[in-house]
Structure formats: structure tokens, C-alpha cells
Design a protein around this ligand. Structure first.
Ligand SMILES: C[S@@+](CC[C@H](N)C(=O)[O-])C[C@H]1O[C@@H](n2cnc3c(N)ncnc32)[C@H](O)[C@@H]1O
Length: 199
């Protein structure tokens, strides 16, 4: 499902107000899963690329795209999916270019503190000055191990992004819905960030 917070922010002027919704506005849905947010933005006329490491998720995303294809075209949008590892595939940014908007819905919290630095470098490689990042991640403060969510706190978000030339414009408590490990909804952090450097 699309996250209600992301649907709400999309319809408020936080995204459209800061980026004129004309011409070819590009969106990168990072760690897109089955592509719910990719489809949501493509249906609004954006040109969207979803990226995920999980080939099965990408196959399901392609099916979701097919179901929405006619409506996406009618809206003037487009949608493509790429199977890749955002921590290791150096050439993804060379292939897809830079985006006006990036979406991180439950990606950042997947990575350990060390990997988060590589992850933010990856986001930066897809950004130009003014790129906006729509961020929604579970607010987790206990260090965990294994493949489950890692840490995600206000302090960490502020630190990891500001040291890479991102400005945190909004950072507020929110909810991530229907995450299997935490049930119906988990406390989350919503952030809107802007990339502030020439890249
Ligand atoms: C919790 S899901 C979030 C999916 C989607 N963004 C959403 O909100 O519904 C996290 C996603 O991150 C992907 N992922 C984890 N590590 C990744 C990596 N290194 N490169 C690309 N995708 C990764 C997983 O395959 C999974 O689809």
C-alpha cells in the first residue's frame, strides 16, 4: 500500500509547491519494493524510476505498472523499474541520471549506521542542487542485528544528511502503516530534505 503520509504530502503543496508541476519532473523511488509509490507518482504525471535489490519485488512492481499503464500515459507520466543494489552498484546513477524528487519510504532504516553513509552517498549521486527527498522511515532507537530494521532517530537523520550537504527542511513524528514486523503501524519519522550543493 502507499503510505498515507506520502499520499498526503503529495497532495499538499510540499512537493508541488516547491517544484513546478510542469515539464519533465523526475522521481527516483529508492528501494521501491513492489512500486506502490512509483505508481502513485507516475499517475500524477511524473517520470518515475523505481530501484530495488529484490528481483521478485521488481517483478511485482512491473505487474503493478502494467495495471496502471493506461492511466499513467493519460496523466503524461512514465515509469521504469531497475533491479539493483543501492549500496554497491556504482553505475546506477550513470544509467538513470539525476532526479528532481527522491522517495525513501522505509529504506534508510534498513541499513546499519556504517551502511547509511554509503546509502546517503548513493542518494547524493542521484541529486542536483535543489533535489528534494521525501523521507518516511520507522523511528527505531534500539540497535538491532540481522536483516530487520536498524536505527533511525532524529539525531542520526540530521547528522548523516547534513554532513553530506543535505538540508533538513522538515522533520516530524509520523507513522509507517502495515509494516509486518510492527503490526498495523509503527512510529516513524517524516522528513523533507533538499540537496544544497552543486553535484
Ligand atoms: C521495507 S521495504 C520498503 C518498500 C517500499 N519503499 C515501501 O515503502 O513500500 C524495504 C525495501 O528495501 C529494499 N532494499 C533493501 N536493501 C537494498 C539495497 N541494498 N539495494 C536496493 N534495495 C534494497 C528491499 O528489497 C525492500 O523492498
Amino acid at each position: 500500500m502507499s503510505q498515507p503520509v506520502i499520499v498526503q504530502k503529495l497532495t499538499e503543496d510540499l512537493v508541488f509547491g516547491s517544484l513546478p508541476h510542469t515539464g519533465k519532473q523526475t522521481v527516483g523511488d529508492i528501494c521501491c519494493g513492489v512500486g506502490h509509490h512509483s505508481v502513485l507518482f507516475a499517475l500524477q504525471g511524473f517520470h518515475v524510476t523505481g530501484i530495488d535489490i529484490n528481483a521478485i519485488a521488481i517483478q511485482r512492481a512491473q505487474k503493478n505498472k502494467l495495471k496502471a499503464q493506461a492511466a499513467i500515459e493519460a496523466a503524461g507520466g512514465s515509469l521504469a523499474f531497475i533491479c539493483g543494489n543501492v549500496l554497491e552498484d556504482r553505475d546506477i546513477s550513470a544509467t538513470v541520471g539525476k532526479f528532481n524528487i527522491l522517495i525513501d519510504s522505509a529504506a534508510y532504516h534498513c541499513f546499519s549506521p556504517v551502511k547509511k553513509s554509503s546509502y546517503v552517498r548513493f542518494l547524493t549521486s542521484l541529486s542536483h542542487m535543489g533535489t528534494r527527498l521525501l523521507f518516511l522511515n520507522l523511528r527505531i532507537t534500539d540497535e538491532t542485528t540481522g536483516s530487520g530494521p536498524q536505527t533511525c532517530s532524529r539525531e542520526e537523520v540530521n547528522e548523516t544528511f547534513t554532513q553530506s550537504d543535505w538540508q533538513v527542511d522538515v522533520l516530524e513524528d509520523s507513522v509507517y502503516h502495515h509494516f509486518p514486523m510492527v503490526g498495523e503501524g509503527g512510529p516513524a519519522l517524516y522528513a523533507l530534505l533538499s540537496y544544497k550543493s552543486k553535484n
